[in-house]
Design a protein around this ligand. Structure first.
Ligand code: FES
Length: 179
């Protein structure tokens, strides 16, 4: 009888302790799960995704729609698509001199920078002006049905004076007052 009573007392003494340990463990688990959920959510919001539009990959047109010879303007990629030796290339319209946008001139069939008068031929080589190199290019992914411009992958233009394509200017420049 005495032993049974002692056992009951011991259990009674130990039960609150077990409950405290159980609650403490539950609290730690909850805190851990809450922390993991918070970290996961933050990562999901902040992780770098594939950029869309300029800075990332821009889908354009099927390769057979790129004019040859000629130039197709792709504003979303700040680019001109053209064909050189049967291969599609994308030229960045940013002038390598001081960064002005360089428009394509239909009459001269050259790119003419309106800021300081650098001119570039259809494939982006420097023809005149202070630009230190030709227009930069972007890497491309070309499949049968799509040309994708990777505007995050820049290939520097050829240094001035190392033009690779001989194409005569076909007409008057678009802005004769820039030089
Ligand atoms: S920014 Fe084009 S020539 Fe200066």
């Amino acid at each position: 009888m005495g032993l049974a009573l002692a056992g009951m007392v011991r259990r009674a003494m130990s039960e609150p302790s077990d409950r405290r340990q159980f609650l403490a463990r539950m609290w730690k688990w909850s805190l851990g799960l809450f922390t993991i959920a918070g970290v996961w959510t933050s990562w999901d919001i902040l992780r770098p995704g594939t950029p869309v539009g300029f800075g990332g990959k821009v889908r354009t047109v099927p390769p057979d729609q790129v004019p040859d010879p000629g130039v197709l303007t792709v504003p979303a990629a700040q680019s001109y698509l053209t064909v050189i030796d049967g291969e599609v290339v994308a030229l960045w319209w940013k002038c390598p001199h001081l960064g002005c946008r360089v428009p394509w001139c239909e009459s001269s069939e050259e790119y003419e920078c309106p800021c300081h008068g650098s001119n570039f031929n259809r494939v982006g080589d420097v023809l005149s002006g202070p630009a230190p190199r030709g227009l930069d290019r972007f890497e491309l992914e070309v499949s049968d049905d799509m040309v994708v411009i990777d505007t995050g992958a820049v290939i520097l233009g050829e240094p001035a004076g190392e033009g690779t394509l001989e194409e005569e200017s076909s007409g008057p420049p678009c802005d004769e007052g820039t030089e």
